[in-house]
Ligand binder design. Structure first.
Ligand code: ADP
Ligand code: MG
Length: 468
């Protein structure tokens, strides 16, 4: 009976959909007019009910008559696709080998309990919504030497998602240089050209959170299934996955599945793949399969055109020389450039002042100062001791306990790196040590961060905290 149904279904839906949603189903038993089928997850069942209930009904009534009933048996197994066993380390309590649950669904009875959607937090929404920001379009992404390669690769991907050799497309570059904007632009353009495609934008951080929740709730397979039906997956800031081996593992499998099925993957990162740390080798090598395109600091002309575009869109007029002044003086990144112009506009309209070169100077100065603000030795000591959850006095004390010594050495190292203070002055401020001790501390930190993974993580974490 089921085979006949399948044949009928196969003729009436997309081959890919058939493969995804019907091939994994097993017919288990047939009693009178009720056919029991086994599906891999509750999510799967929900999906069938939502999208294929009509065709299931038609095919089954053809076989069993008007009184036909379908019983779903949900059977979650710890292997995926019965092929690749997962090496994921789920706590053993969650490893309940097989879960079985029977759901009896008469076609004409909309049992409210069963209608109750199965919600993986945050995921259900994403099924419908691409999470794309329409303002982040290609049109608004001004071209310049700094982004030409990445931008045109993005355009190529958008016109043929999954059909170019740029798969994955990895966009990398520093903060505020337009990675997120460009990633959205590609998605927005694809949605425009191929409205039927499922596009999903998600930050690596959110992806990780969803994954952790899914594992907690024993929904790991559902999580994977969800991601495997996406046509264009955009993951922003993949450097966030560093050190998170569980998430990397699941992403690896999702990536492979998408890639094998000709789906497009777009990634962004603050570093080139070669410079990424604590990302599994096999994942890094996948990242390099397609194209890695860098976003660099925009040159002066590009900065001017970005500013002009922004002003034009906001309907604000501004004298050329002021635009030039801002563009000349703010070079770090586009976000700051926009920030400066926004506060310039705000200032002038608040105080009903005309936008003059003097006003521009004041504001630009503030911006430049804020970003290059020197960190003080006190601030470093405070940050380091907070990071290790100890008091500053402990950090400065004479103790030789290893973790305290390490914290102290780190504080000295950062003081050397981020301030202009002399070794002697650093020593006297951090627990009354001499310059030789500080020098030794700097060397030790250098050595340890190249040999000791954990230690390197300390250095990275604290660097991040200090450079906010
Ligand atoms: P990142 O993700 O690399 O940190 P964003 O994509 O968030 O950077 O960009 C920061 C801001 O700069 C955003 O408002 C974005 O619209 C703008 N921006 C970046 N590059 C460009 C560009 N080439 N043209 C126009 N706006 C840009
Ligand atoms: Mg970003």
């Amino acid at each position: 009976v089921w085979n006949n149904c399948l044949e009928f279904i196969k003729d009436n839906i997309q081959p890919q959909a058939y493969k995804t949603w019907f091939e994994p189903i097993k017919a288990v038993k047939l009693t009178d007019n009720a056919l029991s089928i086994q599906v891999p997850s509750k999510f799967f069942y929900e999906w069938l009910e939502e999208h294929y209930v009509k065709i299931l009904k038609v095919s089954l009534t053809k076989e069993l008559g008007e009184t036909a009933k379908l019983v779903y048996i949900i059977k979650m197994e710890n292997t995926y696709g019965n092929k690749q066993p997962f090496t994921e380390k789920i706590p053993s309590s969650n490893r309940s080998a097989v879960k079985s649950q029977e759901v009896d669904v008469p076609f004409n009875n909309k049992n409210p309990e069963l209608r109750n959607p199965f919600v993986i937090p945050g995921i259900r929404n994403l099924q419908i919504e691409s999470q794309l920001n329409p303002n982040y379009s290609f049109e608004n992404f001004l071209e310049g030497d700094s982004n030409r390669l990445a931008r045109s690769a993005g355009l190529a991907v958008a016109s043929k998602p999954g059909g170019t050799s740029f798969n994955p497309l990895l966009i990398f570059g520093g903060v505020g240089l337009g990675k997120t904007h460009l990633a959205h632009a590609i998605g927005v353009d694809i949605k425009d050209k191929y409205p039927e495609k499922t596009v999903l934008y998600i930050s690596a951080e959110k992806f990780t959170q969803q994954y952790i929740d899914a594992v907690k709730k024993n929904n790991r397979n559902d999580f994977i299934h969800f991601y495997q039906i996406i046509d264009v997956l955009i993951i922003d800031d993949v450097q966030f996955l560093s050190g998170k081996s569980g998430t990397q593992d699941v992403f690896f499998h999702i990536f492979n599945h998408l890639h094998q099925n000709g789906k497009q993957v777009i990634l962004t990162s603050d570093k080139a793949p070669v410079d990424m740390q604590d990302i599994e080798q096999r994942l890094l090598s996948r990242f390099k399969w397609g194209l890695s395109a860098e976003l660099q600091n925009p040159d002066f002309e590009t900065r001017v055109s970005i500013l002009k575009n922004k002003l034009y869109r906001d309907g604000v007029e501004m004298p050329e020389d002021i635009i030039d002044y801002v563009a000349k003086n703010i070079k770090t990144n586009v976000r700051e450039l926009e920030g400066a112009i926004i506060s310039l506009i705000a200032q002038s309209s608040f105080n009903k002042k005309e936008i003059t070169i003097d006003l521009a100077k004041q504001i630009v100065e503030k911006f430049v100062k804020n970003t290059k603000r020197e960190v003080s030795i006190d601030y470093i000591q405070k940050t380091v001791s907070e990071y290790f959850q100890m008091d500053i006095s402990t950090l400065q004390s004479k103790t030789r306990k290893r973790h305290i010594v390490q914290a102290r050495q780190l504080a000295m190292f950062f003081a050397k790196k981020f301030t202009k203070a002399s070794l002697a002055s650093i020593g006297s401020q951090i627990g009354k040590r001499d310059h030789a001790t500080v020098l030794h501390a700097c060397k030790t930190v250098d050595n340890l961060s190249s040999t000791d993974k954990q230690f390197r993580k300390y250095v990275e974490d604290i660097t991040k905290k200090l450079s906010i």
